[in-house]
Design a protein. Structure first.
Length: 342
């Protein structure tokens, strides 16, 4: 089976993908700087998967660190493809620190592609985002919807896609799977790895989880006058393990078809903020108190995927529902109330 290089390997989505890759029979080399993750993740991967993680600590903008990864891969017959996760990912923070986002996200992707070319590897799965669609004109969102990111984070994902498409046009050896995620949530069923945000969570479910575990008094709901069934924003939440399995399907597609693809990874089902709060309350056995606050600039009424193409092209679809997402998240949060450092 092929050896895969995983960048940002100890992060939230990547760590779950590492397990999915091992379950599918792949060898994995991981690289991460720990800027948004913890080395404890490697211990948890050993515990859950029963394997010794092959890992290089380093920044993907460091060419020597990437070269060490490719050298390490030689013991498994050489790296055959890269899944590129490593990126800063908070929308609000990107508005405050746009230069950091351009330097890290675009510079990191450029460095990874240069290393791939040095080592003769041309298949890459790119961690993109539904933020490349901006405010949707119609729902559900298909892959041919207009692209117009509205914040620096989304711009880095859109620029990353454009850079990779240009590489494809200039050199036919490049094959890219562009995976546009919607809203990853949940945790591994073991409860041993999950989302561990630094400081105040930027995303809804980890914030709800911190309310459930008693770290925060209530959930701030920004806006209750949207054009949605209950007035709160509607989003497409996808279980992180379904998302991880989407990366395995994308790798198989690249290997089998020898061509690129662009797919949405979502469920196609939108849930409101209050839907999620109620479901989480059922999972943890207590009501999640909410306080309504004014809308935030840039938030849209609703955003959810049409995942049809992902199923038709790769045979992939999300299998886990909102209840699974909340139950698995609560198992992680309740047994790790302070995340990996607790």
């Amino acid at each position: 089976m092929a050896c895969i290089l995983l960048t940002g390997a100890t992060g939230y989505i990547a760590s779950h993908t590492w397990l999915a890759l091992k379950d599918a029979g792949y060898d994995v080399i991981g690289v991460d700087s720990y800027v948004n993750s913890s080395p404890i993740v490697l211990n948890r991967l050993r515990e859950i998967g029963g394997f010794e993680p092959q890992f290089v600590q380093g920044d993907v903008r460091d060419a020597s660190a990437l070269d060490r990864c490719f050298e390490l891969g030689k013991q498994f017959g050489g790296v055959r493809a890269v899944i590129h996760f490593a990126a800063l990912k908070a929308v609000g923070e990107s508005v405050e620190r746009p230069l950091d986002y351009f330097e890290n996200n675009i510079g990191g992707l450029l460095s990874v592609c240069q290393a791939m070319k040095r080592h003769g590897v041309y298949d890459v799965v790119f961690s993109s985002s539904a933020t490349v669609y901006g405010k949707p004109e119609s729902l559900p969102i298909t892959e041919n919807a207009p692209l117009r990111a509205t914040n620096p984070y989304g711009q880095t994902k859109l620029m990353g896609e454009e850079m990779l498409r240009e590489l494809e046009r200039c050199d036919a050896r490049w094959h890219v799977a562009y995976l546009r995620y919607f809203n990853p949530v949940g945790a591994h069923a073991s409860g041993r790895i999950g989302e561990d945000p630094r400081g105040v969570p930027n995303n809804l479910m980890p914030y709800v989880a911190q309310v459930a575990v008693g770290k925060r008094e209530h959930l701030n709901v920004f806006g209750n006058d949207y054009d949605t069934p209950d007035g709160t924003g509607v989003r497409d939440y996808i279980h992180v393990c379904d998302l991880a399995e989407g990366h395995v399907a994308a790798l198989r597609y690249l290997a089998d078809k020898g061509q690129s693809l662009t797919v949405n990874l979502g469920t196609g089902q939108g849930y409101s903020v209050l839907d999620l709060a109620r479901a989480y309350g059922q999972a943890c056995g207590r009501e999640i108190p909410v306080v309504f606050a004014p809308r935030r600039p840039g938030d849209v009424d609703a955003c959810y995927a049409d995942p049809t193409h992902a199923f038709n092209a790769m045979g992939w679809k999300a299998r886990r529902g909102l209840n699974d997402m909340c139950v698995d998240s609560w198992r992680w949060q309740s047994t790790n109330p302070n995340g990996f450092e607790g």
